[in-house]
Design a protein around this ligand. Sequence first.
Ligand SMILES: Nc1ncnc2c1ncn2[C@@H]1O[C@H](COP(=O)(O)OP(=O)(O)OP(=O)(O)O)[C@@H](O)[C@H]1O
Ligand SMILES: [Mg+2]
Length: 263
Amino acid sequence: MSDFEVLSVYSETGGATKTTTAVSLAVASALRGHRTVLIDLDPRAAATKWLGVEPREPGLDVSAILADADPDGWAEDLAVPCLWEQLPNLRMIPSGRAVSNREKTSEDHGDIRLRVSLNGLEADKVVLDLPNRQGGVIIQNALEASDKVVYAGKLDEDGLDGVEGARTSVVRFKKHRAALGASDRLREAGVVIGAWRDTVPTRDARRAEEEFAAAYGDLVLDPMVPERVIVREARSAGEYYGFYDKGRIVHQAYDTLAGKVFV
Ligand SMILES: Nc1ncnc2c1ncn2[C@@H]1O[C@H](COP(=O)(O)OP(=O)(O)OP(=O)(O)O)[C@@H](O)[C@H]1O
Ligand SMILES: [Mg+2]
């Protein structure tokens, strides 16, 4: 049994604010005093690039865990410190292109490798940034390793589709576990609405908000996260937006959400 909590951030569509949510929840968790490890599972490595983190040695990114038949305890070795000096509690396991090779191979017990790698990890909270996949090896690894899943969505059709698809994959995963008689600890922690236009709500956005409420009810977490230009600007500069005045409102929203999704 692990004494840390593992949270996946998931949606099946691109640009649904998964990476922003995963990074922000991880930062909020670290600032709340939890030893936090962010794991980038997307071969495009957006979170890794944002934090400007490099693996300890070439090849020692998350693909090493997914490629090895016995990665017991490897996460502790692969986690590297976050370079943002305000965050001594945050470490990261970077991603890399080689992760995409893992998606083409299917090996026995290949879906429990991430979970096994977390053994002995010195952390209180682990946050997984998922790629926008409909199932597959990476998603299976993430769900096997997770205690909780948060769906990330925007107030548009793509956002709705992505959360619906992700939820379908989670339900299928849980049914599969139940059919095996395996323990099932994965819980839905909620739907986080990101990049919310709080200034001029369009009719489409209002409709999407109603559809999210109708489909997910109390699972839709409050508050929605406002859209601010500083989020994109800081990310392309390799910085955290929340350390700027203009980004504080966005960070505060994610911090409130962190208080809800982590125990
Ligand atoms: N609150 C916000 N304010 C402004 N821009 C935002 C906000 N949240 C996310 N964005 C921007 O929206 C875009 C998509 O966000 P993000 O990369 O987090 O989505 P994703 O679901 O991880 O995408 P992908 O499927 O490519 O992994 C990015 O350019 C990001 O900077
Ligand atoms: Mg992403």
